[in-house]
Design a protein around this ligand. Structure first.
Ligand SMILES: Nc1ncnc2c1ncn2[C@@H]1O[C@H](COP(=O)(O)OP(=O)(O)OP(=O)(O)O)[C@@H](O)[C@H]1O
Ligand SMILES: [Mg+2]
Length: 261
């Protein structure tokens, strides 16, 4: 039985590519034969929308099997798993009710560790090689739960001036979080939405190199196939295999596997 690795994708900056990276890395892990579980930790339901059409996502979000219900009842997450529609790939869908998750957590004992406890059986079962968690663009008690439940953190960063702004806050939050999540390792920064035509990219990279984290070698360029794939509820590797972003996400997945050992 192999050891399960829990990897979360977090950055308080909105639109940095967390859900896109989580969904596409998850797909390529599963395609390469790794049993993978995706957990949609965001009320925007984007990770769920990456695999299911809107009707199905709303039905799941309104039904019993979603993360909000599990956390509220502090249930074993094993009972909340659905297939993501591909071999080796499962999902725990989210709910728009996740908007009130901070309120739910507030009155609970050991409130930073609820997700970790709910995940324990799934993790210990060894059923999955990887569990990937998509975090919302916030820094609070729920994201702390996600960090405390994870072995590794990947920080997707959009290659733009505003994408870099606020990263120091994130790293400050992470150093505070180390008391609550002492075993969490920062696997690295994944640079996304790179526009190769802009000189600004060089400056972005210089700034990122100064941060106390590994930089993944594979960058994800801007590619409209990402948006078309999402519009079709498919990972880009399934939607357009020959696209640049499909190749980049496959390479990034291989790199993540090497780093998250
Ligand atoms: N490589 C790319 N090329 C083109 N568009 C992209 C690329 N990566 C992401 N996008 C688009 O950028 C937007 C933000 O991406 P995504 O939702 O993955 O970010 P996020 O960090 O999860 O956002 P949020 O903080 O709201 O959860 C989406 O509309 C997505 O389609
Ligand atoms: Mg997202």
């Amino acid at each position: 039985m192999s050891e399960t690795r829990v990897i979360c994708f977090a950055n308080n900056k909105g639109g940095s590519g967390k859900s896109t990276t989580c969904s596409n890395v998850g797909y390529f892990l599963a395609e390469s034969g790794k049993k993978t579980l995706l957990i949609d930790g965001d009320m925007q339901l984007n990770l769920s929308l990456a695999f299911f059409d809107e009707d199905r996502v709303l039905a799941l979000a309104g039904g019993e099997k979603n993360l909000f219900n599990a956390i509220k009842k502090q249930d074993d997450l094993s009972d909340y798993v659905v297939s993501a529609g591909y071999e080796n790939l499962d999902m725990i869908p989210s709910s728009t009710l996740m908007s009130s998750i901070e309120f739910e957590l507030f009155s609970k004992w050991q409130r930073e560790y609820i997700l970790k406890k709910c995940l324990k059986n799934l993790r210990d079962s060894g059923k999955y090689d990887y569990i990937l968690i998509d975090a919302p663009p916030t820094l609070g008690g729920w994201v702390m739960n996600i960090l405390a439940a994870s072995d590794f953190l990947i920080v997707p960063v959009e290659a733009s001036p505003w994408g870099l702004f606020g990263l120091s806050n994130l790293f400050e939050f992470l150093s505070e979080a180390s008391g609550i999540a002492p075993d969490l390792k920062i696997a690295g920064i994944a640079v996304t939405k790179v526009d190769g035509r802009k000189n600004y990219f060089k400056q972005t990279m210089e700034t990122l190199k100064e941060l106390p984290a590994h930089l993944f070698e594979t960058y994800i360029h801007l590619d409209s196939n990402i948006e078309w794939a999402q519009d079709n509820s498919k990972p880009v590797g399934k939607y357009r295999r020959s696209s640049r972003s499909s190749k980049e996400y496959q390479l990034l997945t291989e790199e993540i596997e090497r780093v998250c050992r």
